[in-house]
Design a protein around this ligand. Structure first.
Ligand SMILES: CC(=O)N[C@H]1[C@@H](OP(=O)(O)OP(=O)(O)OC[C@H]2O[C@@H](n3ccc(=O)[nH]c3=O)[C@H](O)[C@@H]2O)O[C@H](CO)[C@@H](O)[C@@H]1O
Ligand SMILES: C=C(OP(=O)(O)O)C(=O)O
Length: 416
């Protein structure tokens, strides 16, 4: 198992290129099951979750090639079974269920894993697919689905679930008639998925709003598509500039999709300049804690909660961070406390009191964004920090230690 060893205290300076978005690329890859002909994707990040998805697609009968950020994919001899060993490591893998049902009329997909940040059921995905005519049963931890063609339906969602919205959009593209999703999630990655499917001939409108309409078409054709840049990776580097008192310029930064995060960081005292081609984050004075609550988009993203908490740990004053999406997403708190942070947990809220300086220690990463938070804290801490179990980080950050090293961080990967 690898760990990252960080000697903290260096202000980061220089340019970082933002990679393609993991959370946009994953559903787009799985939606490619629906397409006849070649899908050509660019700006695909080189991540463990992408490798896992491509392996899954190959096991499902697709031909996939991945080189220099480009994927070429053909779904030719589809098979209906997605095995547990692959699906358990990655939440998004459940998104193959709808496309397989659409194309084959049956599918067997293990219940998904992913970051251990809550129970994360898929009941809304299944309820929506049932409304479109699918029938499900659970057998030995596998979801077994069958259908005799999917039909358009009116589907009100109890909560704007990101994966559920993506799943139902995919399934509806080739269903008979029109589907309307109400209370749909509005995340930019959903918009990217819909744009990709439309480029393949789908008829989706309203994506990016809470009512999405999908008019089913007979078939989808191949297309070339550039995956959007990763707003969470970009946000993590904006925090890296703030937490080290540095000055970073982000290339291909999705500024619009990051508005809420940028506003919060600005409230804390981080300064910004430029636009998406070159977006500069720098610090010219002390930073202050703020209060924040995570919410569905356009609210503050839960995937940035841990990173901004690390920043608050070394800012002035106190602030309350409330997690409004997942019931168990504070696993980084006790590790931050090992670095000298002052945080008190109370239910879904964490009260953070800033300290003058964090102090290096050995910490354990529990999930993807918790890992990023601990790396950020280690960059700010005095002395040496070892972040163990960074396989989580490799799921979602492309060459993070290389990118950080290039802007001056003293960071290296070692085997434990
Ligand atoms: C691969 C990917 O894109 N993952 C993102 C996606 O996860 P994911 O798609 O899993 O997140 P959801 O929006 O579906 O989950 C939000 C909340 O709804 C609950 N829920 C969801 C579906 C369901 O059928 N039943 C149910 O109860 C979940 O347990 C959670 O409490 O959106 C999350 C929220 O922005 C992000 O943190 C993840 O990074
Ligand atoms: C929670 C995340 O990923 P997943 O949904 O794949 O577990 C994430 O990207 O922060």
């Amino acid at each position: 198992m690898d760990k990252l060893v960080i000697e903290g205290g260096v202000p980061l300076k220089g340019r970082v290129r933002v990679s393609g978005s993991k959370n946009a690329a994953l559903p787009i890859l799985l939606a490619s099951i629906l397409v006849d002909g070649e899908v050509h994707l660019t700006n695909v990040p080189d991540l463990r979750d992408i490798a896992t998805t491509l392996k899954l697609l190959e096991l499902l009968g697709c031909r996939a090639e991945f080189q220099n950020g480009e994927v070429r994919l053909h779904s030719c001899n589809l098979k209906p079974e997605a095995p547990y060993d692959l699906v358990r490591t990655m939440r998004a893998s459940v998104l193959c269920l709808g496309p397989l049902l659409t194309r084959l009329g049956r599918a067997r997909v293990a219940l998904p894993g992913g970051c251990a940040i809550g129970a994360r059921p898929v009941d809304m995905h299944l309820k929506g697919l049932e409304r479109m005519g699918a029938v499900f049963e659970l057998e030995s931890g596998d979801i077994i689905g069958t259908c005799d063609g999917l039909r358009g339906a009116h589907i009100p969602l109890d909560f704007p679930t990101v994966g559920g919205t993506e799943h139902l959009i995919m399934a509806a593209t080739l269903a008979e008639g029109e589907t309307t999703l109400e209370n749909a999630a509005r995340e930019p990655e959903i918009q990217d998925l819909a744009e990709f499917l439309n480029a393949c001939g789908a008829r989706i409108s309203g994506h990016g709003t809470s009512v999405v309409r999908i008019e089913g078409v007979q078939s989808l054709h191949g297309a070339s598509y550039r995956v959007m840049p990763d707003r969470i990776e970009a946000g993590t580097y904006l925090v890296a500039a703030g937490i080290t008192g540095g000055d970073l310029e982000l290339e291909d930064c999705p500024v619009e999709a990051l508005e809420t995060v940028i506003d919060k960081l600005r409230d804390m005292g981080v300064r910004f300049e430029g636009d998406s081609s070159s977006f500069r984050a720098f610090v010219d004075g002390p930073l202050n804690c703020v209060d924040l609550s995570t919410r569905p988009y356009p609210g503050f993203p839960t995937d940035m909660q841990a990173q901004i908490m690390a920043l608050m740990c070394c800012s002035r004053g106190a602030g309350v961070v409330t997690e409004g999406i997942f019931e168990n997403r504070f696993m980084h708190v006790q590790e931050l406390c090992r670095l000298g942070a002052h945080i008190t947990l109370s239910g879904q809220s964490a009260m953070v009191r800033g300290v003058d300086r964090l102090k290096g220690a050995t910490v354990m990463a529990s999930d993807l964004r918790a890992s990023a938070c601990l790396v950020l804290a280690g960059l700010a801490a005095s002395g040496r920090t070892d972040v163990r179990r960074i396989y989580h980080l490799d799921r979602g950050y492309e060459r993070m230690e290389r990118k950080l090293e290039q802007v001056g961080a003293r960071i290296r990967r070692e085997q434990e």
